[in-house]
Design a protein around this ligand. Structure first.
Ligand code: V47
Length: 364
């Protein structure tokens, strides 16, 4: 295998990876440009096994998308709708509670709560929703509101991001999911999501949460109009932020789904690009404990393969995820925990059911 990596012209990167040395932007570019995906995957697997051995994590979770009404209306998103759209919806706090109540018989440990940037739901709605979820299922961990939503809530509350997070935490918020990061580049944001919180703003919210002891995830939406250098700049900004506050748990590359979006003329990502983004991220983000192969976006079969290309986490049972489905995602939004265990086992990894913060619930 070492010879294969050397033949691919990556011998010096192999040495760095073996020594645990940090990769440069130029190293990252070479990994993105190397035609030998097996060589890149081999490097990523070294890092993956050093950090996580042969474990592959999954979680028994539930998604609740409380509203698709959004003022940002990003060009890559098929989920967000204008308030006047016939497809617009919003759940009352009671409806959200009902979603949690419906599945009380299942061993769900996390609810993933995200929505759009709603023009007129009051701040109290979000606090009541958190409290309402906790009332119905007190032990559940709420991973909710992307950094973009948190910044919006702080504006609504007329408070600092810090004080808003403290209040949300008191109401039941446990951690922050990785959405809304997209690609930090101002060029990409100007073309695809000009109304959205800036990349720097996103990172500031994440770092504020970390300083409060709240952990979060990070994503990158790839496979649209971004360049390799813009991907690397995004990864570099995340790596620097993690050096500062060390609160990111997991990086999740998100494969762009074009259907029903304003960028519907673009093609879907290829399997190789999906694997490459996972592998390069694993090599480059040396300070991120986990890399997720999100089966909802790349499909369960590729997510299984990704466990040998740097990923150590498959996300979870999910159900009722709308963001990918609205954009033409073909995988059904639900997976049984037994299927996740089987996929992981067949990949030669050890299935570990985790909670949100990676405490082990069950080893198989
Ligand atoms: O923020 C929107 C992206 C994100 C599309 O933290 C799209 O563990 C692909 O962040 N094609 C939401 N992606 C999902 C997300 C997430 C999912 C699972 C786990 C975690 C985690 C986070 O989805 C959005 C946006 O970046 N997105 N539209 C699309 N057409």
């Amino acid at each position: 295998m070492d010879a294969m990596v050397k033949d691919a012209g990556l011998g010096d990167i192999l040495e760095k990876v073996r020594k645990g040395e940090r990769l440069s932007l130029d190293d990252g570019r070479r990994l993105y440009e190397c035609p030998d995906i097996l060589a890149v995957g081999y490097l990523a697997n070294i890092v993956r096994e050093r950090l996580n051995g042969d474990k592959a994590y999954f979680i028994y979770n539930q998604h609740v998308n409380y509203s698709n009404i959004c003022t940002n209306l990003c060009k890559f998103c098929a989920f967000g709708k204008d308030k006047e759209s016939p497809q617009a919806y919003q759940m009352s706090v009671e409806e959200v509670r009902e979603k949690i109540r419906e599945r009380l018989h299942e061993p769900i440990s996390e609810v993933h709560v995200v929505g759009g940037i709603h023009p007129d739901l009051p701040y109290s709605y979000y606090l009541d929703m958190l409290r309402g979820i906790k009332e119905v299922r007190p032990e559940i961990h709420i991973q909710g509101f992307t950094c973009v939503e948190i910044a919006h809530l702080a504006e609504l509350a007329g408070k600092s991001v810090h004080d808003t997070l403290v209040e949300l935490q008191e109401a039941g918020l446990g951690s922050i999911p990785g959405g809304g990061a997209e690609v930090f580049s101002p060029r990409i944001r100007a073309i695809t999501c000009e109304k959205k919180l800036s990349g720097e703003g996103w990172l500031e919210v994440a770092k504020t949460a970390h300083r409060l002891g709240m952990q979060s995830n990070a994503t990158m939406l790839y496979g649209h109009i971004e360049t390799i250098d813009e991907r690397l700049e995004h990864l570099d900004m995340l790596r620097q932020a993690q050096d500062e506050t060390n609160g990111f748990m997991t990086f999740i590359p998100l494969a762009f789904h074009p259907k029903n979006t304003e960028m519907a003329d673009l093609s879907r990502t290829s399997g190789i690009d999906d694997l490459r983004n996972i592998a390069v991220a694993r090599c480059f983000l040396d300070n991120f404990p986990h890399i997720k192969g999100y089966w909802v976006m790349i499909g369960p079969k590729l997510a299984q393969v990704a466990l040998s290309f740097g990923a150590d986490d498959m996300d979870g049972t999910v159900k009722e995820e709308l963001i990918t489905r609205m954009a033409g995602g073909e995988t059904s939004g639900v997976m049984a925990d037994t299927d996740l265990v089987r996929l992981i086992r067949e990949a030669g990894r050890k299935p570990v059911q985790r909670d949100t913060l990676y405490n082990v619930i069950k080893e198989f």
